[in-house]
Design a protein around this ligand. Structure first.
Ligand SMILES: Nc1nc2c(ncn2[C@@H]2O[C@H](COP(=O)(O)OP(=O)(O)OP(=O)(O)O)[C@@H](O)[C@H]2O)c(=O)[nH]1
Ligand SMILES: [Zn+2]
Length: 297
């Protein structure tokens, strides 16, 4: 009897498929999980016990870092945020909402701009300029699917789990199908892309990509910023947060306080005005406890 650590990559009616050193082992959860009301999730790091008769049991659930998406995936370390240039139209406000949400969840974001192929060159020029600011404050931005596919395997570190997110129609499924079929070609697995049903009813699975995994559902399009505490919102705008160390007041909200570094930098054009506007708008929504209809789901 031996024990090994792995990652749950799929769950089907009481069985859990666990990847251990590039091999997939089908396991059952021990009763102790049910007793403790612990429900293992895809993405969980677990300890598997493999006994002499070839029976494999899930015996331990390692601490979960986070849990995001619907269906939920545990231990998500990065999100590949798909945001379209057109159809639906590019929106800095929407981008800021997603970035704020994931910053709050403590998950890193890589931005992929889709549909750059059907946007006009003027439009692209404007978007590129706007996205340059995001690169400056530390986000990786891709606007070319081929380039993304080249770089992504190097970005996904060992055992890390990535998931996709973005507005409905942004192009998540399209990208996912490409990434998954590419991954399947490499591993010789059978593509499940053709059987893709509606993602709300599907079970989520992880597929191997780079040194880690990508969740095979289109992630989620709806985000809820309500649970963020209003006076902590500024922490999730990394550019504002960085500047805030120089604000006169330690808990400056960057509204009407004197000696506010954030407002100073906005006036000097060093912090994008649109970022500050997004901050104010989201702040007001949280304070009023209201959210735009299109973000509810
Ligand atoms: N020209 C062009 N069309 C794209 C691109 N990416 C996606 N599309 C098209 O945009 C439409 C929506 O793409 P999907 O991949 O279904 O979008 P989604 O984000 O998965 O949408 P939901 O499932 O509603 O969340 C489809 O008709 C795609 O063919 C792109 O990079 N260029
Ligand atoms: Zn301030």
């Amino acid at each position: 009897m031996k024990k090994a650590q792995g990652t749950i990559i799929g769950a089907i009616s009481g069985y859990y498929d666990v990847e251990i050193n590039n091999e997939v082992v089908r396991t059952r959860a021990r009763g102790v999980f049910r007793d403790r009301k612990q429900k293992p999730l895809v993405g969980d790091r677990v300890v598997v016990q493999i006994d002499d008769k070839g029976m494999n049991y899930l015996v331990e659930l390692l601490p979960r870092l986070n849990e995001i998406g619907r269906p939920a995936v545990a231990n998500v370390s990065k999100v590949l945020l798909v945001i379209s240039a057109v159809e639906p139209d590019f929106s800095l406000e929407l981008l800021d909402r997603y970035l704020t949400f994931f910053a709050w969840k403590n998950v890193g974001v890589v931005i992929y701009l889709s549909k750059s192929d059907i946007a006009s060159s003027e439009k692209m020029k404007k978007i590129r300029q706007e996205l340059m600011y995001y690169q400056k404050i530390g986000y990786l931005v891709f606007e070319d699917a081929e380039r993304l596919e080249q770089e992504l395997p190097k970005l996904i570190q060992k055992d890390r789990i990535w998931t996709l997110a973005g507005q409905s129609g942004a192009g998540k499924s399209t990208l996912l199908n490409k990434l998954e079929s590419e991954a399947n070609q490499e591993t010789g697995a059978i593509s499940t892309a053709l059987n893709r049903g509606k993602h709300t009813t599907r079970q989520v699975k992880l597929f191997k990509y780079g040194e880690g995994f990508i969740a095979d559902t289109p992630g989620f399009s709806a985000i809820d910023l309500f649970k963020i505490k209003v006076d902590e919102l500024g922490n999730y705008f990394y550019d504002l947060k960085e500047a805030s160390t120089k604000c006169k007041f330690r808990r400056c909200q960057h509204l009407k306080e004197p000696g506010c570094e954030v407002k100073k930098l906005v006036e000097e054009g060093k912090i994008a005005k649109s970022r500050y506007d997004s901050y104010l708008k989201i702040r007001q929504e949280i304070a009023d406890n209201r959210m735009p209809e299109y973000l509810k789901k």
